[in-house]
Design a protein around this ligand. Structure first.
Ligand code: 2AM
Length: 668
């Protein structure tokens, strides 16, 4: 290399990831780039820190981003994203940065690709220049194909982007330097599409086991949190997944009857009430609260045993490699890597509340586990699962079977992954969002939610229970079943608030309202209706009168089993808050009756409502089938009742969506 040649630029791969897909893709890009001789680092946007965005510290940037909720930023990018979008940022701030990026989205949801597109736009506004057109993929068509195509085009231009003119052609690195941990292994070259071994970014710094520091960490983890230790908030004054508010549970109730017999499989729905007095939290109907869950103690204990690590050992996290350049310190201003572990922490603490042990295993995790199998057959089986030829098996075994980490480790007994790499590879245990089911006007100082306790089984790996809802159920069951008063239970949950955006009752009381929410999809609408009732009462006492037509379509299996919030819903109809309460009992007769069947029966009236320019339609619940079927039903009503062509009907719903008059909150 000529000494006068300008140095190659460093690549920074940043992710904004809620469920782990974007971070997986980002880590793979960094690892593959490194194999191709392009040095770089990978971090979540918050880990990297907006302050480090400059041509000197981040000359070449690739972002991989998804959205969450109603086009919100994923938690691990929220701070970075808010700073990037600040209107007061000076133009030209990011001059000299070359970037590209990839957006993940699901076109079933409103505000598709909102966060990735906003990031792209802001980077451009602030002077960064794209060196390759940013790409996008839609979950509906599958991410992999679009991503593969985009990556194919990226590699040749990436090399040019990091190599300024006149720089010596970077020689491809010696194999050992490119992937140090792959040393002494081999064989996967024959398998196409195996992701590169992720580079472990962290080093665990163990604290003296009997030392005072370690004791203090363990004591803090063991202490039952209470609302009185008022949690601190972030710079913007918000609670967050990192800094939650500990809210006392003041009530828990079952909304379903516990039936044995043929309907044993029926799901259990639990209602919780939390005290947020004194927190400063101000919610509105349509908002959600995030709850930070924990993995259950028994599974953590089993995992500790399998990994042969001491759960009480306390460690801190330090960066390795490039990140350690400045004496082991991360970049100035950047937060520590793996902030979700809240290090220093005990191993038990990290496995209990830091990482997700039940998420369907990602290919990069399988690749890591393969690396640490001493049995060749186990290694080969894991490598096959993450290869292109093994796609179908990966889908059937991992995505559909959904083994926990412990189940995988039991299936591959020779696998002994090191804890540092494992903690880096596992997705963070994400907060779970629950729609608020009440209004602050009727429940001041309190917030209520309702959720199904998730239980299911898969043919490959047996019984599964949802991490968060099972944990909440276990905590709240004594209160819900009446064996312990809430005050005596002394439960507190770590929560924060997420805004519902367009998903909220219109302030205009004259606006006609059509709400469709079968199952737990009804929860936000209880909040909408409480809110309306209080607003109507206030308007009436002020001499105002009248309101728009109000409809609610609810569906459940049987009247005596899962008619959620029955008293409340019937109460809204009785007191005149709601004009039409239409309930579909799907299993009360031989053939299924769903909300959309009842909507068809009232098609003419619904069409009249939808045709009003101020009408609002809200749809909430299961996105897999229900939301699509109800959407199709709305199209059909517009088509048949309104004499529009199918294309015109679709355009009308699209226009209502753009105007925020047809808003969906759906989940899978
Ligand atoms: P099912 O379980 O009897 O099929 C809440 O989950 C309610 O939504 C249940 O009554 C459920 O009926 C029903 N449901 C299931 N699939 C649906 C769909 N595609 N459209 C509307 N409702 C549906």
């Amino acid at each position: 290399k000529s000494p006068a040649a300008p140095p190659t630029k460093e690549l920074v791969v940043l992710y904004a990831s809620q469920t782990g897909t974007a971070s997986e893709i980002a880590k793979n890009i960094q690892a593959e780039a490194e194999q191709k001789g392009v040095k770089g680092r990978v971090a979540s946007m918050n880990e990297f820190g907006f302050d480090n965005m400059s041509a000197a510290k981040a000359p070449v940037v690739i972002y991989v981003a998804s959205s969450t909720g109603d086009g919100d930023s994923p938690d691990n990018a929220a701070k970075f994203y808010a700073t990037l979008r600040r209107k007061t940022q000076p133009g030209g701030l990011l001059d000299g940065i070359a970037f590209t990026g990839f957006g993940l989205g699901d076109s079933n949801y409103t505000r598709y690709q909102h966060v990735p597109r906003a990031i792209k736009q802001r980077l451009l506004d602030l002077g960064a220049k794209p060196f390759y057109p940013p790409g996008e993929a839609d979950e509906v068509d599958g991410i992999e194909e679009g991503l593969d195509k985009w990556l194919e085009g990226l590699w040749p231009v990436l090399r040019k982007a990091v190599q300024p003119e006149g720089a010596a052609e970077a020689a491809p690195p010696p194999a050992a330097a490119a992937a140090p941990a792959a040393e002494g292994t081999g064989g996967e070259e024959q398998l196409a599409g195996v992701p590169p071994l992720p580079r472990c970014r962290v080093r665990l710094v163990w604290q003296e086991s009997g030392g005072a520091a370690a004791d203090a960490v363990r004591a803090a983890e063991a202490a039952a949190p209470s609302a009185s230790e008022v949690a601190y908030r972030d710079a913007e004054g918000h609670y967050s997944a990192v800094q939650p508010f500990w809210a006392p549970v003041t009530d828990a109730k079952y909304l379903t009857t516990d039936l044995s017999g043929p309907d044993r499989q029926a799901s259990t729905v639990l209602h919780l009430e939390l005290d947020i007095g004194g927190s400063g939290l101000q919610y509105a109907p349509g908002d959600s609260i995030g709850v930070l869950p924990q993995n259950d103690a028994a599974s953590v204990a089993d995992l500790l045993q399998r990994l042969e690590v001491d759960g009480d050992a306390v460690f801190d996290v330090a960066p390795v490699g490039e990140d350690a350049a400045a004496g082991g310190q991360p970049l100035a201003g950047a937060e520590h890597l793996l902030p979700h572990l809240k290090a220093p922490c005990s191993v038990r603490g990290a496995l209990t509340s830091g990482v997700d042990l039940r998420a369907p295993p990602r290919k990069s995790l399988l690749r890591l586990l393969a690396e640490h199998c001493s049995e060749a057959a186990e290694r080969a089986a894991l490598l096959r699962l993450c290869s292109r030829d093994g796609r179908a098996e990966y889908t059937a075994q991992m995505l559909e079977g959904q083994p926990s980490l412990l189940q995988l480790l039991q299936q591959y007994p020779s696998c002994r992954p090191p804890l540092d790499a494992l903690l880096d590879a596992l997705p963070p245990l994400a907060a779970r969002m629950y729609s608020v089911s009440c209004s602050p006007l009727e429940c001041p100082g309190k917030v209520q939610v309702a959720f199904t306790v998730v239980r299911y089984s898969t043919a490959q790996y047996g019984e599964h229970s949802g991490v968060a809802t099972t944990w909440l159920h276990r905590l709240a069951a004594p209160v819900a079943s009446g064996t312990q008063p809430a005050a005596a239970a002394g439960l507190c949950l770590p929560i924060f608030l997420r805004r519902g955006g367009a998903f909220g009752p219109p302030e205009d009381l004259q606006a006609p309202l059509l709400m469709i929410g079968p199952g737990t999809g009804v929860t936000p609408f209880r909040g909408f209706l409480q809110h309306r009732r209080a607003q109507l009462a206030a308007a009436a006492s002020g001499g105002g009168s009248g309101r728009g037509a109000t409809w609610l379509f609810f569906g459940c299996r049987r009247e005596d089993q899962d008619y959620l919030y029955r008293q409340d819903l019937e109460g809204f109809e009785a007191d005149g808050t709601l004009d039409h309460l239409c309930v579909a009992f799907s299993r009360a007769q031989d053939s299924k009756v769903y909300v959309q069947h009842l909507m068809q029966q009232r098609a003419a009236e619904l069409h009249e409502l939808i045709a009003r320019p101020d009408a609002r339609i809200f749809l909430c619940g299961d996105g897999a089938n229900m939301a699509k079927d109800v959407h199709a039903c709305l199209l059909d009503i517009l088509h048949k009742q309104g004499g529009r062509t199918e294309a015109e009907a679709a355009e009308q719903l699209a226009e209502m969506t753009r105007q925020g008059r047809y808003v969906r909150d759906i989940w899978s």
